[in-house]
Design a protein around this ligand. Structure first.
Ligand code: SAM
Length: 242
């Protein structure tokens, strides 16, 4: 039975990502945010999933973590910061934040140009004039490299899973197909589709928005990215701010 993305796999997400160094990733995001010269900045995390990054950052920042999947948010038992279930293309916030960020190619789930532009419009409405918008994107070389590694099987918390990963260079869609047998024996499947935009396309989208590209690094570094980069870290600022 097909189910919504990040509904069933929420329970095994932490296990599947166990090799990811979230401490290092959170440190990198923290370094980026330091450009905002305020004592304790207000932060909005988009597509924060199970909150692996916000759990670390909340000690240094006033953070609100959000995600489209309630099941992903529910995995985050840390009650010391607020969590909101919402779509990053339709943000329900009235206040403005100093820093808005997302990690782990979450914006690649915005699989049309219109959705990506709506995301930028929503971020613009919720960010302070002097704020920063930071997100990383997975580029084609990342898809090509990881396609074969992400074919895997396992069992955790009584759930058996099989992941198959396929990148289609013609449509530039990266598919991840998950088949799960839940603890009660029910079989479910999730099909994840991520759009692998060309590096230059991001600059075109951003040109049409209220933002400009302040920095674009090879992720986890402070070296400039290019079209051959596997994961690029974008840092945007608002245009027309004195
Ligand atoms: C690869 S996971 C990354 C989660 C987390 N940022 C991390 O680093 O582990 C992608 C996340 O994006 C969320 N997501 C996908 N589309 C979204 C949207 N339109 N608005 C908000 N969250 C979204 C999913 O629910 C999922 O939790």
């Amino acid at each position: 039975m097909p189910v919504k993305t990040y509904s069933a796999i929420a329970e095994i997400y932490t296990h599947m990502m166990r090799s990811i160094d979230y401490k290092e990733w959170a440190d990198y995001i923290h370094q980026i945010s330091k450009e905002i010269k305020k004592k304790k900045i207000s932060v909005l995390e988009l597509a924060g999933g199970t909150g692996a990054i916000s759990k670390i950052l909340q000690k240094k920042m006033n953070i609100v973590s959000t995600d489209l999947s309630l099941n992903m948010l529910k995995q985050n038992g840390d009650k010391s910061f607020p969590k909101v279930c919402c779509d990053m293309t339709c943000l329900p916030f009235k206040n403005k934040y100093d820093f808005i960020f997302s990690t782990f190619d979450s914006v690649n789930y915005l699989n049309t140009k219109e959705k990506f532009i709506r995301y930028l419009e929503n971020a613009s409405r919720c960010i302070d004039d002097g704020g920063l918008l930071a997100f990383d994107v997975s580029l084609e070389n990342n898809s090509k490299k990881f396609e074969k590694y992400l074919n895997r099987r396992g069992k955790v918390n009584g759930i058996t899973f099989r992941q198959r990963s396929l990148y289609n260079p013609a449509t530039r869609i990266h598919y991840n197909h998950f088949e799960l047998t839940l603890a009660n024996g029910q079989k479910v499947e999730e099909i994840h589709k991520q759009k692998i935009y060309r590096f230059e396309e991001y600059f075109d989208f951003i040109d049409k928005s209220d933002f400009y590209v302040h920095k674009c690094y090879k992720a986890f570094t402070f070296k400039n990215a290019d079209a051959e980069t596997e994961r690029a870290q974008f840092i945007l600022k608002k245009k027309n701010v004195c």
